[in-house]
Design a protein around this ligand. Structure first.
Ligand code: SF4
Length: 496
């Protein structure tokens, strides 16, 4: 399984925020993808859009409630079409299955379509260790493979790179002159990869959907590389998570409307590739062998957890990343693992374990925008709160994100809030202390925004991190309670 690159989201995000190139690149997610998504929804009217979202959600709810039945049906239909289905419990098993297929087929070159699951499994290093050359063929994936990096977005893996950085990379790694236009770079990559498509013995792809009633693997792309991967090489291996199954082609039609609009604002992607088993005698092309590897790798555990099961409805459109105020500032790599953004903040702790990703549930302002845009209406904020609660309640100090000091403050706060008399006393004491404290030359309170009545920074251990990015309003001369007692309650009695 892929290594967790960092468990410290906060330090990683501080580095990302200070990267001017990354900040420039991230502007695209709001102004490009999200603006296009909104436009495409306007086209169909929001009432229609909402009805599609609800339909898609119900399909996911139904399928995951009967997942064993649909996986069984899928297996029967893939087998009937001449393919082979392999179920893998974890990353090691999935990688071993693909390695065995490559070995028995005498594979030396693999062309790969975009597959987040293969990133999750860290499949490429396993094949490369056997002496197999692996070529990513999605342009974004090809760029990050050359750079030795990991994807930073679900849909646009090289989103963090500028045109100039890619030109330099192509020059360094491929010996090309410094190319100026994106078209020239795409053309250069296409020429290199075309030769690989023609010589590869094995193609590997992910799957956007698996249709149970026909045993069909469905890939949607804009570059056509998915179709080349599935049709040119002698062997094809589709590798994907078990949650990708849907019951029927009719259900597929719903997702084909939702996914491209949510991802890039397109009405439909340039290519919708559907592969059902190996090539038949009457087919002009297609693989001689077709394998489908269905991966669990922690998904059964999520399925069994009523609080997290909903995360398996995800169709990896990336819309929640494009709208998220945190992702738009820090980009994907700060999240430390394969899946970034709001959905990554739920999926990563669930798949790699809370200990390894305990910062991620905090990587959200809980504004709810991710839920609003999600085409399958996944309630991400609810799951983030659930994970925060699990962390706070955990007796394991390696999981528990709160330090002793933070827990002490929370307990003290709860105690204070449970007694009106104590709260009133605390108000009076704090009010009388705040002004003299602000006047001290070495005060722990820095009143950087006096005109707006706020304390900008508190130089005390527990509060300094919190107030680095948030102001604390000064306590007003009178609380609402006091105003109500003295004035408003009289007025309200007079009115009645
Ligand atoms: S959680 Fe929803 S919005 Fe986010 S990637 Fe998944 S389907 Fe798209």
């Amino acid at each position: 399984m892929a290594d967790v690159k960092t468990q410290d989201f906060f330090s990683a995000s501080e580095i990302s925020i200070q990267d001017p190139v990354l900040r420039q690149a991230l502007i695209k997610v709001g102004t490009g993808f999200d603006a296009a998504r909104l436009e495409s929804i306007e086209d169909v009217t929001s009432a229609t859009w909402e009805s599609w979202r609800e339909e898609a959600r119900q399909i996911k709810v139904h399928t995951l409630d009967h997942l064993d039945y649909y996986l069984d049906l899928l297996e029967q239909n893939v087998t009937r079409a001449g393919g082979q289905v392999h179920f893998a419990a974890d990353a090691a098993q999935a990688n071993a299955i693909v390695a065995a297929i490559a070995k028995s087929g005498g594979v030396k070159i693999v062309t790969k379509g975009k597959s987040m699951v293969s990133e999750e499994l860290s499949l490429n290093p396993v094949l490369e260790a056997m002496g197999v050359e692996v070529f990513e063929t999605d342009l974004g994936e090809y760029i990050i493979q050359l750079a030795g990096e990991t994807p930073s977005h679900l849909v646009a893996p090289a989103l963090h790179k500028t045109k100039e950085q890619v030109a330099q990379l192509f020059s360094d790694k491929l010996g090309l002159p410094l190319l100026e236009s994106i078209e020239d770079m795409a053309k250069a990559a296409r020429e290199i990869l075309r030769e690989k498509f023609l010589t590869a013995e094995m193609g590997i792809s992910g799957a956007n959907f698996l249709v149970a009633e026909t045993g069909t693997l469905v890939i949607i792309t804009n570059e056509g590389n998915g179709r080349m991967c599935t049709s040119a090489p002698r062997i094809h291996v589709g590798i994907t998570g078990m949650e990708k199954v849907i019951p029927s082609l009719q259900d597929l039609a719903v997702f084909l409307r939702l996914l491209p609009r949510s991802a890039t604002g397109q009405r439909i992607t340039s290519y919708v590739t559907m592969v059902t088993g190996p090539r038949r005698e009457t087919d002009e092309d297609g693989p001689e062998e077709f394998h489908l590897v269905i991966v669990d790798n922690g998904r059964s555990k999520m399925l069994a957890d009523p609080d997290l099961r909903e995360a398996l409805y995800c169709i990896r459109c990336g819309a929640c990343l494009n709208i998220c105020p945190v992702y738009k500032k820090v980009g994907g790599h700060a999240y430390g693992w394969v899946y970034p953004g709001p959905i990554g903040a739920v999926v990563s702790p669930s798949l790699v374990g809370l200990k390894q990703a305990k910062d991620l549930p905090q990587a959200s302002s809980l504004c709810g925008a991710c839920r609003e845009v999600c085409p399958v209406k996944i309630n991400i904020p609810r799951m983030l709160l659930h994970l925060r609660n699990t962390l706070a309640e955990s007796p394991d100090p390696k999981e528990n994100a709160a330090g002793d000091g933070e827990r002490l403050v929370a307990r003290g706060y709860a105690w204070l809030m449970s007694s009106p008399a104590l709260l009133s006393l605390a108000h009076r004491v704090a009010r009388s202390l705040q002004r003299p404290l602000l006047m001290l030359p070495f005060s722990p309170l820095t009143r950087s925004r006096t005109r707006r009545g706020a304390i900008g920074r508190v130089r005390l251990p527990l509060l300094s991190r919190w107030t680095r990015s948030k102001d604390i309003p000064l306590l007003p001369p009178r609380t609402f309670h006091e105003i109500w007692k003295k004035e408003l309650s009289q007025t309200s009695k007079g009115d009645s």
